[in-house]
Design a protein around this ligand. Sequence first.
Ligand code: SAM
Length: 231
Amino acid sequence: KLSKRLETVAGYITKGGVLADIGSDHAYLPCYAWQKGLIAGAIAGEVVEGPFQSAKSTVAEYGLGEHIAVRKGDGLAVMSPGEADVITICGMGGALIRDILERGKDKLAGVTRLVLQPNIGAHNIREWLIANGWELQAEEMMKEDGKIYEILVAERGDSEAPYRSRREHGILFGPFLLAEKSEVFAEKWRHELQNMKRIQQQLQQAADTEETLQKRQEVAAKIAMMEEVLA
Ligand code: SAM
């Protein structure tokens, strides 16, 4: 059975298109999407040998070799421009997801939707989407097995549109998540606030270098944003 996390991601896959799932590990997501009749075919990309073999095993086990191509390579290097309609990149840090998109920019021709699921650092992805003409369409935050996950869905369009009011807040918290302010959202940001306060205490004890002063300001600004949003 697929995790609630990946099931939620699958719900955002464009129907009837070709999916490229990057960092697919066991290839559970493309296999599930095929079985549910959501896609016309898929590419499962993996850069590490172990997970690449796991992906091949799952696809073979389900007898889906004709429909799901398992390819070994770094990020979007496993696909050609025009080959996929939708890309999913799930279960990694936001900075890594951003780097994969940035390095694979030339492969995005024909891709109409990105479904990205960062475990942390989603703001890195929002900044990349803004800079590259992808408009955030939806966001979800969910909790499973004690862990909190975010899902970001973007399509080509007016990338600044979701951030017209309170841009900085939108980038950090997510414009849709901020508007919704769910219980999980509050839980995540209460936790982040505590972390920031611990960092602030450490910075107070550090020597007064220019770098420390700058970091103190950044941390204070973030704490103020979090306290305001949680109030
Ligand atoms: N996407 C699956 C999920 O959400 O359950 C697997 C997540 S797993 C934690 C992350 C996977 O990404 C690992 O299997 C890792 O090998 C793969 N990965 C990391 N960097 C990658 C890259 N640059 N290109 C392709 N795969 C990568």
